[in-house]
Design a protein around this ligand. Structure first.
Ligand code: ATP
Length: 403
């Protein structure tokens, strides 16, 4: 007997979403389309978890189907991708849905982006391009079998057994970013890899070369996984040797140490604190096409790790050592070196500032630019040493210089 999840649907999705699904269902029936909820949303419905993205698979041409909905004024089409025949549409009450035509893909080059072989294929053919069995489930939206789960690959069973299983032996060769997706789902749902999937993953990871890879996908999955700020993700990343994918080095750090620091200091790029502890390879850093701000974190880490530390004798030395470095890089430096000066800087010294600015010093009677710079530096030194605290004391110090 087939599994029907109409009840879950009605209890887990909002009225607005249910109404939109009803409109899609009617339109599909009237025009002879077969449509399905697909992937993450079906998985989350079965897990009784909240789902954020609604994906609908259309057996045939999803753009054509969307136009039918738009003609009836049910939605506005906001995005169309003609090569893949996908579309995004917004319905009443801001309900947003991604529509994709069923498609078959193949990977002409290992690890690179796939090429579409056929658009508008059967649902069964579409399912086999997916990553894990739990993400390969569909739910019919046509009236005659509304709510029926269509499971070609044993995904329901795997969901019940908390298993992550790939669909075929070539899966990680086709797309190694699935190794990181596996990590994300394992951490999120507390699932485990089935033995065969684990063996395939180890085989892939322990190959010498991972050059032939789509770094964009790897980067995006790393970002998603580490942005979760979960100690477990990091620990599994190390234990499963996933860092080898990016030619990383395994540090002696526990995920909880990172999470504790991240929670305390709240850096902007949380995921880069995690990644920064393993990623050293310059070529990969280049391949990741980081933004300028992200790149600076890695340059700063490199500078800090290569700098000479013997001269950190005073607060002033510590301040100068970390000054203008990104918070993420100071945290990574602490995690890798365990030098407590990094935390002294973040906790105490980085908050100390000279209150007077250049213009105010000028008004006090010092006009030479070079001398102003020197005085500002002396003031900083004194503030860091604690011999000057208040702005009044700073003014007195400047006046003493004029005399
Ligand atoms: P999330 O809850 O994180 O959004 P999701 O499963 O919805 O999880 P998406 O990244 O939105 O994840 O992908 C939607 C669907 O596309 C997945 O459920 C899966 O079927 C398929 N998919 C995504 N990435 C891959 C991949 N790298 N290889 C194969 N199939 C993939």
């Amino acid at each position: 007997m087939s599994l029907n999840i109409k009840k879950q649907l009605n209890s887990q999705l909002s009225k607005d979403v249910l109404n939109v699904l009803e409109l899609c269902s009617q339109t599909a029936d009237e025009n002879g389309f077969k449509i399905y909820l697909i992937g993450g949303i079906v998985r989350d419905l079965l897990l009784k978890r909240k789902s954020f993205d609604i994906d609908i698979s259309v057996e045939g041409d999803a753009i054509k189907f969307c136009h039918l909905l738009a003609e009836k004024k049910y939605c506005k089409i906001t995005q169309v991708q003609n090569d893949l025949k996908t579309a995004k549409a917004v319905f009443e009450h801001d309900v947003e849905i991604d529509f994709a035509s069923t498609r078959q893909e193949f990977y002409p080059r290992r690890g690179h982006l796939p090429v579409v072989a056929k658009i508008g294929c059967s649902l069964e053919e579409d399912v086999y391009r997916r990553d894990f069995t739990i993400n390969s489930l569909a739910m019919s939206l046509n009236k005659e079998n509304y709510g029926d789960v269509i499971d070609y690959v044993g995904g329901v069973n795997d969901l019940n057994n908390k298993k992550l299983r790939v669909l075929h032996d070539n899966s990680f060769n086709e797309d190694p970013s699935r190794i990181l997706r596996c990590l994300k789902f394992a951490a999120r749902f507390n699932f485990h890899r089935d033995e065969h999937t684990k063996a395939l993953q180890e085989k892939y990871i322990n190959r010498q070369l991972h050059d032939d890879i789509s770094w964009t996908r790897i980067k995006s999955e790393l970002k998603q996984s580490f942005s979760l700020n979960k100690a477990k993700v990091y620990d599994m990343f190390l234990v499963n040797e996933n860092y080898k994918l990016i030619y990383g080095e395994r540090p002696d750090i526990k995920g909880l140490e990172i999470k504790t620091l991240v929670d305390k200091y709240q850096p902007e790029h949380v995921w880069l604190v995690y990644l920064g502890t393993v990623l050293k390879n310059k070529n990969i850093i280049e391949s990741f096409c980081f933004t300028r701000a992200e790149k600076k974190i890695f340059t700063d880490i490199e500078h800090l790790m290569n700098a000479h530390l013997s001269m950190l004798n005073s607060n002033y030395d510590i301040y100068k050592f970390f000054d203008k470095k990104t918070m993420e890089s100071v945290l990574v430096y602490y995690l890798l070196s365990k030098r407590k000066e990094a935390l002294i800087y973040l906790e105490k010294l980085s908050l100390i500032k000279v209150e007077l600015n250049g213009d105010e010093i000028k008004e006090l009677g010092i006009t030479d630019g070079k001398q102003i710079g020197k005085i500002l530096d002396e003031l900083l030194k004194k503030k860091l040493a604690g011999s000057i605290v208040k702005k009044g004391d700073e003014i007195d110090f400047v006046k003493s210089k004029i005399k």
